[in-house]
Design a protein around this ligand. Structure first.
Ligand SMILES: [Zn+2]
Length: 306
């Protein structure tokens, strides 16, 4: 028996200036879920067709054997670039709201639609939040002011090693929410071509698959010590030839979206979109903010517990 207990923590009347009073912000924490944790693995430029038993054995087996949600045809934003899509994945709103139309981030509206890390930090400062990214604009423009620890502009191997170090049991930082971003697959795609027929692209995917497998094993170890982690593996766009500009091309406008947890029930017939990640994580962590929930374009990808 697991009673759904929500504790209303506080109400804040936010008044930015007297001509523009903001709505009341209602914040709730579900104490049954507050210890839960999440790892989000972001891989730039995954053309899903390249996922296979030989190129990505770990991911491939995960899809068929574990308790997972997966969509290898996850539709991306109409601007098939990194800036718009990482913004949608991390804020939970579509491009028409966050207004990140390209990689310059000019005229963005991220102050009005911040990343979900902000809502989590506002709700509970005890959560240790981390963002480790290869492609620096993600941290500079979207995340870094809203997390406890961020590191940018490091190569994929350093992203992996930094994440690994943080996730090793007994690391004193004890992370609760970890976002990592690998960028070298996209770079290889631009140089040699995004294709399952391209050995450079496949080799790079294979390296990432082994990184992801190792991180997964660390999470499994944490689970064995009683920690309750959900994992996401997401990407921002696919690619064709050496680019990813044509938003009508299905090799470009679709990519992968995967989540794994040992016991929650995923909506396996549900077709996700890029904005489903934040609300799914907020719900998993038992955190509620009415302003976030009323603005998000996303849906929860699993059935909510009682
Ligand atoms: Zn690219």
């Amino acid at each position: 028996m697991n009673h759904y207990r929500k504790v209303v923590i506080f109400l804040i009347l936010l008044i930015s200036c007297y001509k523009d009073p903001r709505p009341i912000e209602i914040l709730e924490i579900d104490n049954d879920k507050i210890e839960r944790k999440a790892l989000i693995i972001g891989v730039d430029g995954v053309r899903s067709e390249a996922i296979s038993s030989s190129s990505t054995p770990f991911i491939y087996n995960t899809l068929s054997k574990k308790n997972v949600y997966f969509n290898l045809s996850s539709i991306v934003e109409e601007h098939t670039l990194s800036g718009p899509n990482w913004s949608s994945l991390l804020t939970g709103v579509h491009l028409n709201k966050h207004n990140v139309t390209d990689n310059s981030f000019n005229n963005h509206n991220l102050h009005q639609h911040p990343p979900f890390f902000k809502y989590i930090e506002d709700l509970t400062i005890q959560k240790n939040t981390v963002s480790i990214v290869n492609w620096q604009p993600i941290n500079d423009n979207i995340i870094s002011t809203h997390v406890d620890y961020s590191i940018s502009n490091i190569n994929d191997s350093n992203v992996f090693n930094t994440a690994k170090e943080l996730l090793i049991n007994l690391n004193p930082f004890n992370p609760d929410l970890v976002f990592i971003h690998f960028d070298e697959l996209d770079a290889v795609g631009h140089q040699y071509g995004f294709s399952s027929l391209n050995i450079e692209y496949i080799n790079q995917l294979n390296i990432l698959d082994s990184y992801i497998e190792e991180l997964y094993k660390l999470i499994e170890e944490k689970r064995s010590f009683g920690e309750d982690w959900i994992i996401f593996i997401v990407s921002d766009h696919g690619g064709d030839g050496t680019s990813h500009y044509d938003n009508n091309n299905p090799h470009i406008n679709k990519t992968l979206f995967i989540s794994e947890h040992p016991s929650i029930t995923f909506k396996n017939n549900y077709i996700n979109n890029m904005t489903d990640l934040p609300i799914s994580i907020m719900t998993f962590l038992g955190l509620y903010n009415n302003n976030f929930y009323s603005n998000t374009d996303g849906n929860v990808i699993f059935f909510e517990e009682d």
